[in-house]
Design a protein around this ligand. Structure first.
Ligand code: UDX
Ligand code: UDX
Length: 446
């Protein structure tokens, strides 16, 4: 089918590429000229595993195109997906100005002679946005156009977006007309995934309800980790024990520094605001936010307690991205923590396998020493902090690191490392929701 994607970011670019991969003809539109020019030259604007080779192969197959010309894309496509940002306002409400602007542009690009078109909200939007998009299309179109608006929320996780898109647990389609539903089912037929056919409002709510539930699950195990710390229990073992119950499942029970990223923080805030506006407040989610914020501050309290004073201390931070396998630093807890450490006068060195450029931009103005690898990052460190769950950190050579650091102290914010490796090399090992561990022999400490 002929598809257009408006907004070629983490969501739009990956979605459009996977649509092309299964045989659709896709035009990806973006108003960022340099991004489109880069893509036309085969230069990637983001890091996402497996994406680059898929883009290159589908461009050469003639199924994937990039343009800034929205009119051309609308004229040539049966279905137009909107994947532009829906960032939070200060008060937590969702900023729909990009959605509204793009809906106007699409309306002005439509012509009655084009025939039937479907406009799809791929972006995470508050319930009832679909109706507002329909109004904008009607109001700004030149003449009577035959259009249905559909909600088709995305569930991809950054760092595994291609896998999640090619093999989704389910595809949610919210439509108020059978004609639109049938056409959307044809788009997803090649993916061989269960399709949940619902009305528009339910589809919009499914997205906020899903992300908020996942965030709640993370805050739940993080709250339990604080209890484990006091009780001398091990939160990883508690998570293992409860996660074997299929009704709970082991996924998303990793205690740590809390969730970040461009989705959970904004979608929890957004859902709280939507529920308040509807008169059915979700106070539960306010507690999810409180717990999440506390994870990082409590962790820093423990580091400060260990080092007594943070000012002028050499602190190595491993990880800048908001999670492993991505270069995305939006709402990254690692970035927040590095800023807090710098504000306290610590001398911070930082390393990330992929988020060095995006990290340096996010930390502009902060006196951070960016290092090319985790060993130079650890040079003379008085503490090493693991802030992002990159597998590379768990594979480090801790014997070699022991000779580089000034004090053999590790604070693992993601319970990522194997304590035996760390202790054997003579480090103290502190993590989340578990007892602190010390090397057998005193020689481990300076
Ligand atoms: C974002 C949010 O993260 C996600 O929750 C929401 O569902 C969709 O928008 P993401 O792909 O991560 O998804 O955003 P981003 O990487 O910033 O990409 C958005 C793209 O849209 C950018 O490339 C931007 O240049 C483009 N854009 C923005 C337009 O083309 N037109 C606009 O009017 C605004
Ligand atoms: C999330 C949702 O998973 C996805 O379905 C939705 O489309 C977009 O938002 P994403 O934010 O890309 O995806 O990554 P995810 O793997 O969900 O991690 C989000 C944050 O939670 C990261 O900061 C991660 O470190 C943290 N996390 C995740 C935990 O702290 N513990 C966990 O068990 C899982």
């Amino acid at each position: 089918m002929k598809l257009a994607i408006i907004g070629t970011g983490y969501v739009g670019l990956t979605t459009g590429t996977c649509f092309a991969e299964v045989g659709h003809h896709v035009i990806c539109v973006d108003n960022n000229v340099s991004k489109v020019e880069a893509l036309k030259k085969g230069k990637m604007p983001i890091y996402e595993p497996e994406l680059e080779e898929l883009i290159l192969s589908n461009v050469s197959a003639g199924r994937l195109h990039f343009t800034t010309d929205l009119n051309e894309a609308v004229a040539k496509s049966d279905i137009i997906f909107i994947a532009v940002p829906t960032p939070p306002h200060e008060d937590g409400s969702v900023d729909l100005s990009y959605i509204e602007a793009v809906s106007q542009e699409i309306a002005q690009a439509l012509k009655p002679e084009f025939g039937y078109r479907i406009i799809v909200d791929k972006s995470t939007v508050p319930v009832s946005t679909g109706g507002k998009v329909s109004q904008v299309i009607e109001r700004y179109a030149q003449g009577a156009v035959d259009v249905d608006v559909v909600s088709n929320p995305e569930f991809l996780r950054e760092g595994s977006a291609v896998k999640d898109l090619m093999h989704p647990d389910r595809v949610v389609i919210g439509a108020d007309s059978q004609r639109a539903m049938d056409m959307m089912k044809r788009v997803y037929q090649p993916f061989d995934a269960p399709i949940v056919e619902v009305d528009l409002a339910s589809a919009e709510l499914i997205k906020h309800a899903a992300n908020s539930f996942l965030a709640l699950k993370i805050s739940y195990i993080n709250a339990v980790s604080a209890v484990c710390e006091k009780a001398g229990a091990d939160v990883n073992l508690v998570a293992k024990g409860i996660g074997m119950d299929k009704r709970i499942s082991a996924h998303f029970l990793n205690a740590g520094l809390g969730y970040g990223g461009s989705c959970f923080p904004k979608d929890v805030k957004g859902f709280i605001h939507i529920a308040d506006q509807l008169g059915a407040p979700l106070n539960l989610l306010k507690e999810v936010e409180t717990i999440n914020a506390h994870q990082m501050t409590h962790f820093l309290d423990r580091v400060r307690e260990k080092l007594w004073v943070l000012r002028n201390k050499k602190i190595a931070v491993w990880g800048i991205a908001f999670k492993q396998n991505t270069d995305d630093v939006r709402e990254s807890v690692a970035v927040k923590m590095i800023k807090a450490l710098c504000d306290e006068g610590a001398e911070v060195s930082a390393y990330d396998p992929k988020a060095m450029e995006t990290g340096a931009a996010a930390l502009e103005g902060y006196p951070v020493r960016f290092c090319p690898d985790l060993y130079s990052c650890a040079q003379d460190a008085e503490v090493i902090i693991v802030a992002t769950e990159w597998k590379e950190f768990a594979m480090a050579d801790f014997q070699r690191l022991r000779k580089l650091v000034r004090l053999p102290i590790i604070f693992d914010g993601r319970n990522l490392l194997n304590p035996d490796n760390v202790l054997y090399a003579g480090f103290e090992y502190h993590s989340v929701g578990r007892r602190s561990l010390y090397p057998e022999t005193a020689e481990g400490l300076a």
